[in-house]
Design a protein around this ligand. Sequence first.
Ligand code: ADP
Length: 448
Amino acid sequence: MFQKILIANRGEIALRIQRACRELGIGTVAVHSTADAEAMHVRLADESVCIGPPAAKDSYLNIPAILSAASITGADAIHPGYGFLSENARFAEMVEAHGLTFIGPSSAHIRMMGDKIAAKTAMGGLGVPLVPGSDGAVPDLATARTVAARIGYPVLIKAAAGGGGRGMKVARAPDELDEAFGTARAESRAAFGNDAVYMEKYLDRPRHVEFQVMADQHGAVVHFGERDCSLQRRHQKLVEEAGSPALDAAGRERMGETVTAALAQLGYRNAGTLEFLYQDGQFAFIEMNTRLQVEHPVTEMVCGIDLVREQIRIAEGEALGYGQSDVRFSGHAIECRITAEHPETFVPSPGRVTAFHAPGGLGVRVDSALYAGYQVPPYYDSLVAKLIVHAPDRPAAIARLARALEEFAVLGIETTLPLHRRIVEAPEFQAGDYTIHWLERFVAGGEP
Ligand code: ADP
């Protein structure tokens, strides 16, 4: 049993993990940059350690400082949250080398899935359906032309080390391939220090549907159903739902079985998410995330489970203690990601929050580290709150979301709350009739 967990993160996710620790009777250590000395995750932790100046590379990505903080405070384990070091295989190895437990999968699996080409090869080999594309990396333009001719335009050039939608370029016709290929390579070199790219057929109207999986160290694997994350801007998720409006129980069960069988064969452990594009009733794997996801609360609401608690129990070596037939799905949940950005221009809006009023009532959950008087720093991700609603069915969840968004007030900074209020009123959203391309056009004010 862990006595103390160091949480190597900030903001709402650091608080989220603290809450699970507290309920399990485990002590918490917060780490923070000098810019975050007054942050809620620091105020609510049992102990805190300053690990460096504001820039993430000097603090939240500063491995020696984080390991020193764990050693000074006598922590037994480190939870990385999402982002920052959560998918850094080297970090997971160093944590273990220091005699601590990394709350997550093995470093070998983190490394494998961090290389999106290796991830596709592995999953394809385990019987998971893939998006048609290149067989591995595409080293030059001549190969790109051959692949494009085989799979047909439009094609997507993607970074092998990709993440956050960067290093991804579409070529709709042969005359666009040269530029798309060059730009994708340059972008991925700049963002990830690695210019390996691969190619996929660019799907024209897919939904993004992903499966949440949890595996223990004794070979048991269960899935907690799917999330629909099709509402995206610049390949970044804005609104997520569980379950998907496009999937029924039989479809969920079928794909769930494929996914759990693959991960059991892989010997995977802890939490993971397999991401798919779903079009014309077909699933096609795009990538796997080897960590807790931002959108995990919608799954928690429909399954009545605490995913962070499960991650901690599994890392302690406990067995899951239940099987797939024990996982029940109840009702519908929707999450809005609220960022400190202008709701139309998306220009970041850090600054002092002068008033903060979170909605409440039945079936409403707010995961946020904001408070009145808090100064949102300009150095980090702009996500400041997640509003999650749960109701017996999708129409009731939408009604609840609309009223919760009306109640929500954040003053002093710009937020995307007004955009979420518009989305919830849109007929396409209400009908559940949208693909990954819908929101982009809706935001731009064009015809959806
Ligand atoms: P990242 O790791 O950068 O987030 P992903 O591979 O997860 O990249 O893709 C992010 C998003 O980009 C997907 O959710 C989807 O909206 C879009 N996308 C990815 N691959 C394709 C594809 N082959 N066709 C159409 N859209 C795609």
